[in-house]
Design a protein. Sequence first.
Length: 90
Amino acid sequence: MNRKNIPLLLMLTAGAVTCIITYIKKYPVHIQLIALFTVLLVFYVLGSVLVWTVGYFEKQNEEKRGEEGEVIEKDSENPEGAEQKDGQEE
């Protein structure tokens, strides 16, 4: 899933739940709208923080993989028993 859609999906799901609950509880329309706006705003911010956090941890993991990959490549430049180019053997 595309990470940029997470805040939107989270916000819209929370908004739908809020609409259903306020309708069932028979809140006045202006209270329903205020509650909906507040919930949409809060959950959009929470979703954005979640995306930022996941991106931050993914960036750290990528850096660690890169560092580990460099070490592995240096250690395995000429492994034992590897054939040399042009069919020459030692």
